[in-house]
Design a protein around this ligand. Structure first.
Ligand code: SF4
Ligand code: SF4
Length: 428
């Protein structure tokens, strides 16, 4: 394989990246990927697409973004599911998810953020401070949102280093909150029209909505196949597909995921799986797992269980509901977008009963025998909401294991002990 620094070094330099630090970051991924992914047996053949995508994580896709910018297009970075990607795409821009899943630059980060900030926030600030992420460096505009307090305040610091626009997301779902959110969608449209120099129309918004819904449908198909026994795909591989959905080219991604879904449906029909039919089945719910955060799924599956569903932003919250495509006015389309996005059940909302219902429903649909609740340390919304999830799950007869962790490898031994005991209990 050619040296990525030789192939892409000039491009990274032009993006203003810190090449030495970036080299260290990029160098760590193949080892992690080998341990977590390539060591798996009997993976669907279609996953070779994702092996390629990960091997080119800062290469080919970045080249596509750079070419798009050279042709006059814009790149918009986002950190949260609530930012409607249909609108960004309709205006000819490319949206990329910037959530960071690897510990980076904490020494510098902890000079500006408290130590007890969640790993996701510390990492995205660290990536920017050290200039190691070509997605961040390609973005013409970064869109934040008022979800948790940590992100909200971190965007102020991020804004000292990049162009940031923040959407105000309400924290309840009453009619007056919907009105506020609907007006925020209008503000976003105006901001993006100014950035791109284009006008949002019924036609371009419908076309973009169809494309993004196509991606969600493909992910839905892939994940529906996981309900079968034996599971035709590992939870780790399904997680990777959800993670890549945030930055890959939309039509290409949809085509590739549909191809994997075809393969999985054939496996289900033939009774083939990646784990034995009697492997304990678990659902994972909680904070998002940005790429390359594969730690918990890896520990669970190496303990002999299989993850059959993910109630997370890197999971069902991303693809479960579609944006209505059939309104006949631009206003009607934007109303549908506002409604669809406000329907997402993030722990930043109160009350958030919808998430408890989703967790129990998904566990039942997927045949999960237990639930692993995952929260990043210092993520108050998910750590505190674990109580409600546990209560709802127990009422439905589902045992829960609560895991609070971060991106480091330091607690892996401890995680293994807890997960193995839980898996053993499920298999009794
Ligand atoms: S967990 Fe909540 S704040 Fe975080 S990305 Fe998901 S929707 Fe956004
Ligand atoms: S993981 Fe929790 S604390 Fe961290 S950004 Fe998301 S909601 Fe905020």
């Amino acid at each position: 394989m050619s040296d990525p620094n030789e192939t892409y070094g000039e491009m990274w330099q032009d993006l203003g990246m810190n090449l030495r630090a970036h080299c260290a970051l990029l160098g760590a991924i193949p080892v992690m990927y080998q341990n977590a992914y390539l060591s798996q047996q009997n993976r669907p053949e279609g996953m070779s697409y994702f092996d390629f995508v990960v091997s080119e994580i800062h290469g080919l896709r970045i080249k596509e973004l750079v070419d798009h910018k050279a042709a006059g297009g814009k790149v918009v970075g986002t950190f949260c599911l609530y930012v409607p990607e249909e609108i960004i795409r309709a205006l000819g821009a490319i949206d990329v998810g910037l959530c960071a899943g690897a510990e980076w630059g904490y020494n510098e980060v902890e000079k500006v953020l408290p130590r007890n900030t969640c790993a996701l926030i510390k990492s995205f600030v660290g990536f920017k401070m050290d200039r190691v992420c070509p997605y961040v460096e390609s973005a013409d505009l970064v869109i934040g949102e008022t979800t948790c307090d940590g992100k909200k305040k971190a965007y102020e610091i991020f804004g000292e280093m990049a162009s940031v626009y923040v959407m105000e997301l309400p924290q309840m779902k009453r009619p007056e909150d919907f009105n506020l959110w609907r007006s925020e969608i209008d503000r976003l449209v105006a901001q993006l029209e100014e950035l791109t120099g284009r006008k949002l129309t019924l036609e371009n918004l419908k076309a973009a909505t169809r494309e993004v819904n196509g991606k969600r449908r493909a992910l839905h198909r892939l994940n529906a196949a996981r309900r079968a026994t034996p599971a035709p795909i590992s939870g780790k591989d399904a997680l990777l597909a959800s993670q890549v959905a945030f930055y890959d080219d939309v039509p290409r991604f949809t085509q590739m995921v549909d191809k994997i879904a075809d393969e999985l449906e054939a496996r289900v029909a033939a009774g083939e799986g990646v784990a034995p039919a009697n492997a304990p089945r678990v659902l994972v719910t909680g904070s998002p797992m940005a790429i390359p955060n594969w730690k918990l799924h890896d520990v669970i599956e190496k303990s002999g269980a299989v993850v059959v569903a993910d109630e997370m932003c890197t999971g069902s919250r991303y693809y479960d509901t579609l944006t209505p495509e059939d309104a006949d006015t631009l206003e009607g389309m934007l109303d549908g977008i506002a409604k669809k996005y406000l329907g997402i059940n993030c722990a930043c909302f109160t009350p958030n009963e919808g998430r408890m219902e989703d967790v129990v429903r998904m566990a039942q649909e997927s045949g999960a025998q237990g639930i692993v609740h995952y929260a990043l340390q210092f993520c108050a919304p998910y750590q505190i909401e674990a109580h409600g999830v546990e209560k709802a799950a127990k009422a439905a007869g589902l045992p829960v294991l609560r895991i609070d962790t971060d991106y480091s490898a330091e607690d892996i031994g401890q995680l293994q002990t807890h997960v193995e005991a839980f898996v053993e209990m499920l298999s009794e």
